[in-house]
Design a protein around this ligand. Sequence first.
Ligand code: PEP
Length: 249
Amino acid sequence: MQSKLFIANWKMQKTFAESIDFCSSNLSALKKLSAQTDTEIVLCPSFPVIYSLNEQLADTMVHVGAQNCSPYISGAYTGQVSAQSLKEIGCNYCIVGHSEQRKYENVTDKDVAMAAKNLCDQEIEPIICIGETEEQFQKNEAINALESQLDFVLSALKNTKQPITIAYEPVWAIGTGVVPESAYLKKIFQHLSAIFSNVHSGPWRLIYGGSVSEKTMSSFKDIPSLAGFLVGSASLDFPKFEKIVLLGK
Ligand code: PEP
C-alpha cells in the first residue's frame, strides 16, 4: 500500500521559537504518528528553522521540508536559497511555485521548473504547486491554466527519475474555508493523472491543498490518484493536524 503524504506548510506563521516549541510539545505524538507505515509527514517551517527542527526530530520519522528554492544553482542572487544548501541542512522535500510565491514574489512557471530540476538533482523531492485562480475557475479555464503551468515543469523534468509531487491547490480554495466539489476534483485529478501517466517517465504523485481541515476531510473521499494533502492554517495546531492525518490516511 502506498503511504499518504501530509505536508504542513507553516508559511511565515511560526517564529523560530514557536516552531521548536510545536515539536518539543508534541514530540511523542509526532513520533507515533510518523511511525505508521501508511503515513509520510513533512513539516515545512521557515528557512532558519529547518536545521534545528531536523535535529529535534531525528528520533522520529517526520521529515523537514522547505517552502521555496532558488531557480539558480549559485551566484549573486541576494535573498535566495539554493537546492544544494537545502540538501546540506537535511531537507528532503521542498515546496515550489506556491501561489503566494507566484503572487508576491513574481515567481514564474519557468522559475518553478528550474527550481524543481535543481531540487531533483539534489535528490530533494519537489512539491510543485499548481492551481487556477478564481477568475479562471469561473470562466471554466482551469484545465488550460494547469496545463500551461505544467509546460516548463514537464520539459525540465523529462529525464529525471527522482520522485516528484504535484500539489493541486486552486487559488480560490487557499485560506478561504471553501473546497472544490467532489465531481470537480475528480475531473481535475483524472486529467492530471492522465498527463503524468502519459508524459512523465519518473515516479510522481498528486496531492491536494486548499482549506484542508478536519471539517473538510470528508470532501476528499474517493478522489482517484489522491496521494495526500498540503495543509496550511490547520497544520499550525497539532491536534487539528493530527486529526487530518488520522482521517486522511
Ligand atoms: C496553502 O497555502 O498551501 C494552503 C493549503 O493553505 P490553507 O490550508 O490554509 O488553505
